[in-house]
Design a protein around this ligand. Structure first.
Ligand code: ADP
Length: 449
Protein backbone atom coordinates (compact mmCIF):
# COMPACT_ATOMS: atom_id res chain seq x y z
CA UNK A 1 0.00 0.00 0.00
CA UNK A 2 1.08 3.59 -0.62
CA UNK A 3 2.69 5.42 2.26
CA UNK A 4 1.94 8.92 1.08
CA UNK A 5 -0.54 10.31 -1.45
CA UNK A 6 -0.60 13.81 -2.93
CA UNK A 7 -4.05 15.14 -3.71
CA UNK A 8 -3.98 17.28 -6.85
CA UNK A 9 -7.25 19.05 -6.22
CA UNK A 10 -9.12 21.40 -3.91
CA UNK A 11 -12.53 21.80 -2.31
CA UNK A 12 -14.79 19.05 -1.07
CA UNK A 13 -13.30 16.28 -3.23
CA UNK A 14 -9.81 16.97 -1.85
CA UNK A 15 -11.26 16.75 1.67
CA UNK A 16 -13.08 13.53 0.75
CA UNK A 17 -9.83 11.94 -0.45
CA UNK A 18 -7.85 13.11 2.59
CA UNK A 19 -10.46 11.46 4.83
CA UNK A 20 -10.24 8.14 2.97
CA UNK A 21 -6.43 8.19 3.13
CA UNK A 22 -6.43 8.92 6.84
CA UNK A 23 -8.71 5.97 7.51
CA UNK A 24 -6.33 3.80 5.49
CA UNK A 25 -3.27 5.01 7.42
CA UNK A 26 -1.84 6.85 4.40
CA UNK A 27 -0.08 10.20 4.90
CA UNK A 28 -1.61 13.01 2.80
CA UNK A 29 -0.10 15.95 0.99
CA UNK A 30 -2.40 18.80 -0.08
CA UNK A 31 -1.49 21.28 -2.78
CA UNK A 32 -2.98 24.75 -2.82
CA UNK A 33 -2.99 28.03 -4.70
CA UNK A 34 -2.17 31.22 -2.81
CA UNK A 35 -5.82 32.09 -2.25
CA UNK A 36 -6.47 28.58 -0.86
CA UNK A 37 -3.94 28.98 1.96
CA UNK A 38 -6.72 28.66 4.55
CA UNK A 39 -8.92 26.24 2.65
CA UNK A 40 -10.13 23.16 4.51
CA UNK A 41 -8.13 20.71 2.39
CA UNK A 42 -4.96 22.71 3.05
CA UNK A 43 -5.60 22.53 6.79
CA UNK A 44 -6.72 18.92 7.02
CA UNK A 45 -3.86 17.26 5.15
CA UNK A 46 -0.74 16.10 6.99
CA UNK A 47 1.41 18.30 4.74
CA UNK A 48 0.54 21.20 2.44
CA UNK A 49 2.49 22.72 -0.42
CA UNK A 50 1.74 25.96 -2.27
CA UNK A 51 1.91 25.29 -6.02
CA UNK A 52 1.25 28.70 -7.48
CA UNK A 53 -0.98 31.71 -7.81
CA UNK A 54 -4.74 31.78 -7.94
CA UNK A 55 -5.31 31.17 -11.62
CA UNK A 56 -5.97 27.44 -12.09
CA UNK A 57 -3.47 27.34 -14.97
CA UNK A 58 -0.74 28.53 -12.56
CA UNK A 59 -1.62 26.07 -9.78
CA UNK A 60 -4.15 23.21 -9.99
CA UNK A 61 -3.45 22.76 -13.71
CA UNK A 62 0.29 23.37 -13.39
CA UNK A 63 1.66 19.90 -14.12
CA UNK A 64 5.32 20.68 -13.43
CA UNK A 65 4.64 22.29 -10.07
CA UNK A 66 2.41 19.42 -9.00
CA UNK A 67 4.99 16.84 -10.02
CA UNK A 68 7.76 18.76 -8.22
CA UNK A 69 5.60 18.90 -5.09
CA UNK A 70 5.04 15.16 -5.35
CA UNK A 71 8.72 14.35 -5.75
CA UNK A 72 9.80 16.80 -3.03
CA UNK A 73 7.26 15.47 -0.55
CA UNK A 74 8.18 11.85 -1.25
CA UNK A 75 4.61 10.88 -2.15
CA UNK A 76 4.22 7.57 -4.07
CA UNK A 77 0.97 8.40 -5.79
CA UNK A 78 -1.30 11.23 -6.95
CA UNK A 79 -5.06 11.26 -6.58
CA UNK A 80 -6.44 13.73 -9.13
CA UNK A 81 -10.06 13.98 -7.86
CA UNK A 82 -12.35 15.33 -10.61
CA UNK A 83 -11.93 18.27 -13.00
CA UNK A 84 -8.47 19.91 -13.26
CA UNK A 85 -5.93 17.25 -14.38
CA UNK A 86 -8.06 14.19 -13.69
CA UNK A 87 -8.66 13.37 -17.36
CA UNK A 88 -5.47 14.78 -18.87
CA UNK A 89 -3.50 12.01 -20.62
CA UNK A 90 -0.39 14.20 -20.90
CA UNK A 91 -0.27 14.59 -17.13
CA UNK A 92 -0.78 10.86 -16.62
CA UNK A 93 2.14 10.16 -19.00
CA UNK A 94 4.32 12.58 -17.05
CA UNK A 95 3.42 10.71 -13.83
CA UNK A 96 4.27 7.40 -15.50
CA UNK A 97 7.65 8.80 -16.60
CA UNK A 98 8.42 10.03 -13.07
CA UNK A 99 7.45 6.65 -11.54
CA UNK A 100 4.59 8.20 -9.66
CA UNK A 101 1.36 6.19 -9.57
CA UNK A 102 -1.59 8.10 -11.01
CA UNK A 103 -4.72 6.88 -9.21
CA UNK A 104 -6.94 6.26 -12.22
CA UNK A 105 -6.86 4.39 -15.53
CA UNK A 106 -3.91 4.39 -17.95
CA UNK A 107 -3.09 7.40 -20.11
CA UNK A 108 -4.18 5.51 -23.25
CA UNK A 109 -7.65 4.76 -21.87
CA UNK A 110 -8.05 8.36 -20.70
CA UNK A 111 -7.00 9.63 -24.12
CA UNK A 112 -9.37 7.34 -26.01
CA UNK A 113 -12.39 8.01 -23.82
CA UNK A 114 -11.64 11.74 -23.55
CA UNK A 115 -12.11 12.01 -27.30
CA UNK A 116 -15.88 11.51 -27.34
CA UNK A 117 -16.04 10.86 -31.04
CA UNK A 118 -13.42 8.12 -30.71
CA UNK A 119 -15.15 6.73 -27.60
CA UNK A 120 -18.34 6.37 -29.66
CA UNK A 121 -16.42 4.50 -32.33
CA UNK A 122 -14.88 2.12 -29.80
CA UNK A 123 -18.26 1.46 -28.19
CA UNK A 124 -19.77 0.64 -31.58
CA UNK A 125 -16.96 -1.90 -32.03
CA UNK A 126 -17.69 -3.28 -28.56
CA UNK A 127 -21.33 -3.84 -29.52
CA UNK A 128 -22.64 -1.11 -27.22
CA UNK A 129 -25.58 0.92 -28.62
CA UNK A 130 -24.68 4.59 -29.18
CA UNK A 131 -26.89 7.59 -30.01
CA UNK A 132 -27.26 7.73 -33.81
CA UNK A 133 -24.78 10.28 -35.14
CA UNK A 134 -21.56 11.04 -36.98
CA UNK A 135 -18.82 8.43 -36.84
CA UNK A 136 -16.06 11.00 -37.14
CA UNK A 137 -15.18 14.66 -36.66
CA UNK A 138 -17.16 16.99 -38.94
CA UNK A 139 -14.68 19.12 -40.88
CA UNK A 140 -16.90 22.01 -41.98
CA UNK A 141 -20.45 23.29 -42.21
CA UNK A 142 -21.07 21.37 -45.44
CA UNK A 143 -20.42 18.11 -43.59
CA UNK A 144 -22.57 19.30 -40.68
CA UNK A 145 -25.48 19.96 -43.06
CA UNK A 146 -25.12 16.61 -44.76
CA UNK A 147 -24.99 14.71 -41.48
CA UNK A 148 -28.02 16.57 -40.08
CA UNK A 149 -30.03 15.64 -43.18
CA UNK A 150 -28.92 12.06 -42.81
CA UNK A 151 -29.86 11.60 -39.14
CA UNK A 152 -32.82 13.99 -39.11
CA UNK A 153 -33.66 16.92 -36.82
CA UNK A 154 -33.38 17.69 -33.98
CA UNK A 155 -29.61 17.24 -33.74
CA UNK A 156 -27.03 18.16 -31.12
CA UNK A 157 -23.59 19.41 -32.13
CA UNK A 158 -20.98 18.49 -29.55
CA UNK A 159 -17.32 19.22 -28.88
CA UNK A 160 -15.33 16.01 -29.09
CA UNK A 161 -13.14 17.10 -26.20
CA UNK A 162 -15.97 18.73 -24.29
CA UNK A 163 -17.13 18.37 -20.71
CA UNK A 164 -19.17 20.11 -18.04
CA UNK A 165 -22.09 20.61 -20.42
CA UNK A 166 -20.07 23.12 -22.49
CA UNK A 167 -19.52 23.22 -26.25
CA UNK A 168 -22.84 21.69 -27.27
CA UNK A 169 -25.83 23.20 -29.06
CA UNK A 170 -29.14 21.84 -30.28
CA UNK A 171 -30.63 22.60 -33.70
CA UNK A 172 -34.31 21.77 -34.07
CA UNK A 173 -34.46 22.85 -37.72
CA UNK A 174 -32.05 23.47 -40.61
CA UNK A 175 -32.45 27.22 -40.07
CA UNK A 176 -30.86 26.92 -36.62
CA UNK A 177 -28.03 24.70 -37.76
CA UNK A 178 -25.36 27.21 -38.77
CA UNK A 179 -25.80 29.32 -35.67
CA UNK A 180 -25.75 26.23 -33.42
CA UNK A 181 -22.57 24.97 -35.11
CA UNK A 182 -20.79 28.31 -34.81
CA UNK A 183 -21.70 28.99 -31.18
CA UNK A 184 -20.84 25.43 -30.09
CA UNK A 185 -17.49 25.74 -31.88
CA UNK A 186 -16.72 29.10 -30.32
CA UNK A 187 -17.57 27.86 -26.84
CA UNK A 188 -15.50 24.71 -27.38
CA UNK A 189 -12.50 26.70 -28.59
CA UNK A 190 -12.70 29.03 -25.59
CA UNK A 191 -13.22 26.23 -23.05
CA UNK A 192 -11.12 23.34 -24.35
CA UNK A 193 -8.65 24.93 -26.77
CA UNK A 194 -9.95 23.14 -29.88
CA UNK A 195 -13.15 23.07 -31.88
CA UNK A 196 -13.35 19.49 -33.10
CA UNK A 197 -17.07 18.83 -33.41
CA UNK A 198 -19.31 15.81 -33.97
CA UNK A 199 -23.06 15.35 -34.11
CA UNK A 200 -25.71 13.18 -32.52
CA UNK A 201 -29.42 12.82 -32.93
CA UNK A 202 -30.95 14.94 -30.16
CA UNK A 203 -33.18 12.73 -28.05
CA UNK A 204 -36.09 14.73 -26.71
CA UNK A 205 -36.62 14.36 -22.98
CA UNK A 206 -34.62 11.22 -22.22
CA UNK A 207 -33.38 10.08 -18.82
CA UNK A 208 -29.65 10.40 -18.07
CA UNK A 209 -28.70 7.05 -16.53
CA UNK A 210 -25.10 6.24 -15.70
CA UNK A 211 -23.44 3.10 -14.40
CA UNK A 212 -20.59 3.03 -11.92
CA UNK A 213 -17.81 0.67 -12.94
CA UNK A 214 -14.95 -0.71 -10.83
CA UNK A 215 -12.19 -2.68 -12.52
CA UNK A 216 -8.90 -3.93 -11.08
CA UNK A 217 -5.58 -4.64 -12.82
CA UNK A 218 -6.30 -8.37 -13.02
CA UNK A 219 -9.34 -8.39 -15.30
CA UNK A 220 -12.00 -8.33 -12.55
CA UNK A 221 -14.74 -5.86 -13.33
CA UNK A 222 -18.14 -5.09 -11.80
CA UNK A 223 -20.85 -2.44 -12.00
CA UNK A 224 -22.41 -0.92 -8.90
CA UNK A 225 -25.80 -0.13 -10.36
CA UNK A 226 -27.05 3.11 -11.84
CA UNK A 227 -27.46 6.74 -10.90
CA UNK A 228 -30.28 8.83 -12.31
CA UNK A 229 -28.80 12.23 -13.19
CA UNK A 230 -31.69 13.59 -15.23
CA UNK A 231 -32.12 16.65 -12.99
CA UNK A 232 -29.93 19.04 -14.99
CA UNK A 233 -29.66 22.72 -15.75
CA UNK A 234 -27.79 23.67 -18.93
CA UNK A 235 -26.73 20.02 -19.34
CA UNK A 236 -25.14 20.08 -15.89
CA UNK A 237 -26.31 17.91 -13.03
CA UNK A 238 -28.08 19.58 -10.12
CA UNK A 239 -29.40 16.64 -8.06
CA UNK A 240 -28.82 12.91 -8.44
CA UNK A 241 -30.31 9.72 -7.05
CA UNK A 242 -29.61 5.99 -6.92
CA UNK A 243 -31.20 3.73 -7.87
CA UNK A 244 -33.35 5.28 -10.58
CA UNK A 245 -37.03 4.99 -9.70
CA UNK A 246 -37.93 3.92 -13.24
CA UNK A 247 -35.38 1.11 -13.65
CA UNK A 248 -36.34 -2.41 -12.69
CA UNK A 249 -33.97 -5.28 -11.99
CA UNK A 250 -34.10 -6.64 -15.57
CA UNK A 251 -33.19 -3.34 -17.21
CA UNK A 252 -30.53 -2.75 -14.53
CA UNK A 253 -28.91 -6.05 -15.37
CA UNK A 254 -29.14 -5.44 -19.10
CA UNK A 255 -27.68 -1.93 -18.98
CA UNK A 256 -25.15 -2.89 -16.29
CA UNK A 257 -23.88 -5.78 -18.37
CA UNK A 258 -23.62 -3.50 -21.41
CA UNK A 259 -21.66 -0.98 -19.34
CA UNK A 260 -19.29 -3.71 -18.17
CA UNK A 261 -18.90 -5.02 -21.73
CA UNK A 262 -17.95 -1.55 -23.01
CA UNK A 263 -15.50 -0.89 -20.18
CA UNK A 264 -13.91 -4.31 -20.62
CA UNK A 265 -13.49 -3.74 -24.34
CA UNK A 266 -11.36 -0.63 -23.73
CA UNK A 267 -9.32 -2.39 -20.99
CA UNK A 268 -10.67 -0.10 -18.35
CA UNK A 269 -9.14 -0.08 -14.85
CA UNK A 270 -10.05 1.92 -11.70
CA UNK A 271 -13.41 3.61 -11.04
CA UNK A 272 -15.23 4.94 -14.08
CA UNK A 273 -18.70 5.83 -15.29
CA UNK A 274 -20.54 4.79 -18.42
CA UNK A 275 -23.17 7.41 -19.24
CA UNK A 276 -26.30 6.52 -21.20
CA UNK A 277 -29.45 8.22 -22.41
CA UNK A 278 -32.62 6.18 -21.95
CA UNK A 279 -35.77 6.91 -23.96
CA UNK A 280 -39.32 6.16 -22.85
CA UNK A 281 -39.31 2.86 -24.73
CA UNK A 282 -36.38 1.64 -22.62
CA UNK A 283 -33.94 2.01 -25.52
CA UNK A 284 -30.61 3.10 -24.14
CA UNK A 285 -27.62 4.66 -25.87
CA UNK A 286 -24.04 5.20 -24.75
CA UNK A 287 -23.16 8.88 -24.53
CA UNK A 288 -19.71 9.06 -22.95
CA UNK A 289 -17.39 7.49 -20.41
CA UNK A 290 -15.92 9.49 -17.54
CA UNK A 291 -12.55 8.12 -16.52
CA UNK A 292 -12.45 9.54 -12.99
CA UNK A 293 -14.39 9.67 -9.75
CA UNK A 294 -17.56 11.71 -10.17
CA UNK A 295 -19.17 14.40 -8.05
CA UNK A 296 -22.18 12.14 -7.44
CA UNK A 297 -20.19 9.05 -6.36
CA UNK A 298 -21.49 9.12 -2.72
CA UNK A 299 -25.03 8.00 -3.68
CA UNK A 300 -23.56 4.78 -5.07
CA UNK A 301 -21.44 4.36 -1.93
CA UNK A 302 -24.52 4.64 0.28
CA UNK A 303 -26.61 2.06 -1.59
CA UNK A 304 -23.76 -0.45 -2.05
CA UNK A 305 -21.67 0.08 1.11
CA UNK A 306 -18.53 0.36 -1.05
CA UNK A 307 -16.12 3.27 -0.51
CA UNK A 308 -15.19 4.24 -4.05
CA UNK A 309 -12.17 6.37 -3.15
CA UNK A 310 -10.65 3.56 -1.11
CA UNK A 311 -11.36 1.15 -3.97
CA UNK A 312 -9.57 3.48 -6.41
CA UNK A 313 -6.56 3.62 -4.10
CA UNK A 314 -6.49 -0.16 -3.61
CA UNK A 315 -6.79 -0.83 -7.34
CA UNK A 316 -3.92 1.59 -8.05
CA UNK A 317 -1.85 -0.30 -5.46
CA UNK A 318 -2.45 -3.54 -7.44
CA UNK A 319 -4.89 -5.06 -4.98
CA UNK A 320 -7.63 -7.11 -6.59
CA UNK A 321 -11.37 -6.56 -6.10
CA UNK A 322 -12.49 -8.94 -3.38
CA UNK A 323 -16.08 -9.32 -4.62
CA UNK A 324 -17.88 -10.40 -7.77
CA UNK A 325 -20.97 -9.02 -9.48
CA UNK A 326 -23.23 -11.37 -7.49
CA UNK A 327 -21.91 -9.96 -4.22
CA UNK A 328 -23.02 -6.41 -5.08
CA UNK A 329 -26.35 -5.70 -3.39
CA UNK A 330 -28.33 -2.50 -3.53
CA UNK A 331 -29.81 -1.30 -0.24
CA UNK A 332 -32.40 1.46 -0.06
CA UNK A 333 -32.30 4.79 -1.84
CA UNK A 334 -29.86 7.71 -1.85
CA UNK A 335 -30.26 11.29 -3.06
CA UNK A 336 -27.63 14.01 -3.48
CA UNK A 337 -28.16 17.76 -3.80
CA UNK A 338 -25.27 19.91 -4.93
CA UNK A 339 -24.80 23.00 -2.78
CA UNK A 340 -23.60 25.97 -4.82
CA UNK A 341 -22.76 29.58 -3.95
CA UNK A 342 -25.03 31.15 -6.55
CA UNK A 343 -28.18 33.22 -6.92
CA UNK A 344 -31.00 31.17 -8.50
CA UNK A 345 -33.15 34.28 -8.86
CA UNK A 346 -30.37 36.07 -10.75
CA UNK A 347 -29.90 33.44 -13.40
CA UNK A 348 -27.70 31.36 -11.08
CA UNK A 349 -24.95 33.96 -11.02
CA UNK A 350 -22.02 32.83 -8.82
CA UNK A 351 -21.99 34.42 -5.37
CA UNK A 352 -18.47 34.30 -3.91
CA UNK A 353 -17.74 35.95 -0.55
CA UNK A 354 -17.23 35.21 3.13
CA UNK A 355 -19.31 32.63 5.00
CA UNK A 356 -20.36 34.46 8.17
CA UNK A 357 -22.25 31.49 9.61
CA UNK A 358 -22.97 27.89 8.69
CA UNK A 359 -25.23 25.27 10.22
CA UNK A 360 -24.95 21.84 8.63
CA UNK A 361 -27.92 19.51 8.87
CA UNK A 362 -27.31 16.14 10.51
CA UNK A 363 -29.17 13.24 12.01
CA UNK A 364 -30.02 9.77 10.80
CA UNK A 365 -29.26 9.14 7.13
CA UNK A 366 -27.47 12.43 6.43
CA UNK A 367 -23.96 12.89 5.00
CA UNK A 368 -22.27 16.20 4.25
CA UNK A 369 -19.34 16.31 1.83
CA UNK A 370 -18.44 19.97 2.00
CA UNK A 371 -15.32 22.09 2.40
CA UNK A 372 -16.52 25.33 3.99
CA UNK A 373 -16.62 26.66 7.54
CA UNK A 374 -17.61 29.84 9.36
CA UNK A 375 -15.20 32.60 8.32
CA UNK A 376 -14.17 30.84 5.09
CA UNK A 377 -13.85 33.14 2.08
CA UNK A 378 -15.11 31.51 -1.13
CA UNK A 379 -12.67 32.58 -3.83
CA UNK A 380 -14.10 33.83 -7.14
CA UNK A 381 -11.47 31.88 -9.10
CA UNK A 382 -13.00 28.39 -9.12
CA UNK A 383 -16.40 26.85 -9.63
CA UNK A 384 -19.29 27.66 -7.36
CA UNK A 385 -19.93 24.18 -5.95
CA UNK A 386 -19.25 24.16 -2.21
CA UNK A 387 -20.09 20.52 -1.72
CA UNK A 388 -23.05 18.23 -1.48
CA UNK A 389 -25.59 16.87 0.94
CA UNK A 390 -26.37 13.20 0.54
CA UNK A 391 -29.13 11.25 2.26
CA UNK A 392 -29.89 7.53 2.47
CA UNK A 393 -33.04 5.68 3.59
CA UNK A 394 -34.84 2.40 3.02
CA UNK A 395 -37.24 3.89 0.48
CA UNK A 396 -37.29 6.79 -1.98
CA UNK A 397 -40.14 8.51 -0.12
CA UNK A 398 -38.21 8.40 3.14
CA UNK A 399 -35.07 9.70 1.41
CA UNK A 400 -37.06 12.64 -0.02
CA UNK A 401 -38.40 13.43 3.46
CA UNK A 402 -34.91 13.33 4.98
CA UNK A 403 -33.58 15.59 2.20
CA UNK A 404 -36.41 18.10 2.68
CA UNK A 405 -35.93 18.11 6.44
CA UNK A 406 -32.15 18.57 5.97
CA UNK A 407 -32.41 21.36 3.41
CA UNK A 408 -34.80 23.07 5.80
CA UNK A 409 -32.16 22.94 8.56
CA UNK A 410 -29.31 24.04 6.31
CA UNK A 411 -28.12 27.60 7.00
CA UNK A 412 -25.34 29.40 5.14
CA UNK A 413 -25.06 33.14 5.79
CA UNK A 414 -22.87 35.69 4.01
CA UNK A 415 -23.32 34.43 0.44
CA UNK A 416 -26.31 33.38 -1.61
CA UNK A 417 -26.85 29.68 -2.20
CA UNK A 418 -29.17 27.33 -4.08
CA UNK A 419 -30.43 25.62 -0.89
CA UNK A 420 -33.99 26.98 -1.13
CA UNK A 421 -34.04 26.25 -4.85
CA UNK A 422 -33.11 22.63 -4.18
CA UNK A 423 -35.85 22.44 -1.54
CA UNK A 424 -38.46 23.70 -3.99
CA UNK A 425 -37.20 21.39 -6.72
CA UNK A 426 -37.30 18.25 -4.58
CA UNK A 427 -40.78 19.21 -3.34
CA UNK A 428 -42.19 19.45 -6.87
CA UNK A 429 -44.73 16.85 -7.98
CA UNK A 430 -42.73 15.93 -11.06
CA UNK A 431 -39.65 15.14 -9.00
CA UNK A 432 -41.66 13.16 -6.49
CA UNK A 433 -43.27 11.14 -9.30
CA UNK A 434 -39.79 10.02 -10.38
CA UNK A 435 -40.71 10.42 -14.03
CA UNK A 436 -38.76 13.62 -14.71
CA UNK A 437 -36.42 13.72 -17.72
CA UNK A 438 -33.44 15.91 -18.64
CA UNK A 439 -35.81 18.68 -19.77
CA UNK A 440 -37.55 19.03 -16.43
CA UNK A 441 -35.36 21.49 -14.49
CA UNK A 442 -35.45 24.10 -17.27
CA UNK A 443 -39.26 23.85 -17.29
CA UNK A 444 -39.29 24.23 -13.50
CA UNK A 445 -37.06 27.32 -13.69
CA UNK A 446 -39.44 29.12 -16.09
CA UNK A 447 -42.02 29.41 -13.33
CA UNK A 448 -39.42 29.88 -10.63
CA UNK A 449 -37.67 33.05 -11.71
P1 ADP B 1 -20.53 16.65 -20.76
O1 ADP B 1 -19.34 15.76 -20.93
O2 ADP B 1 -20.26 18.05 -21.15
O3 ADP B 1 -21.22 16.49 -19.44
P2 ADP B 1 -22.43 14.84 -22.05
O4 ADP B 1 -22.13 14.25 -23.36
O5 ADP B 1 -22.27 13.96 -20.83
O6 ADP B 1 -21.58 16.17 -21.87
O7 ADP B 1 -23.90 15.43 -22.04
C1 ADP B 1 -24.41 16.20 -20.96
C2 ADP B 1 -25.92 16.24 -21.02
O8 ADP B 1 -26.37 16.80 -22.27
C3 ADP B 1 -26.59 14.87 -20.97
O9 ADP B 1 -26.74 14.39 -19.66
C4 ADP B 1 -27.93 15.15 -21.64
O10 ADP B 1 -28.84 15.75 -20.76
C5 ADP B 1 -27.55 16.15 -22.71
N1 ADP B 1 -27.28 15.46 -24.00
C6 ADP B 1 -26.09 15.13 -24.52
N2 ADP B 1 -26.23 14.48 -25.70
C7 ADP B 1 -27.54 14.37 -25.94
C8 ADP B 1 -28.35 13.80 -27.00
N3 ADP B 1 -27.80 13.21 -28.05
N4 ADP B 1 -29.70 13.89 -26.89
C9 ADP B 1 -30.28 14.48 -25.81
N5 ADP B 1 -29.59 15.05 -24.80
C10 ADP B 1 -28.24 15.00 -24.84
Amino acid sequence: MFKKILIANRGEIAVRIIRACREMGIVTVAVYSEIDKNALHTQLADESICIGSNKASDSYLNMKNILSATINSGADAIHPGFGFLSENPKFVRMCEECNIVFIGPSSDVIENMGDKSKAREMMINAGVPVVPGSDKILEDFEEVKKMADEIGFPVIIKASNGGGGKGMRIAYTSIELENAYNTARMEAKASFGDDLMYMEKYLVNPKHIEFQILADNFGNIVHLGERDCSMQRNNQKVMEEAPSSIIGQDLRELMGNTAVKGAKFVNYTSAGTMEFLLDNNNNYYFMEMNTRIQVEHPITELITGIDLIKEQIKIAANINLNYKQDNIKIHGHAIECRINAESPKKNFMPSPGEISYINLPGGYGVRNDISIYTGYKIPPNYDSMLGKIIVHANTRDEAINIMKRSLGEYIIKGVETNIDFQYDLISSNEYISGEFTTGYVSEFIKDYI
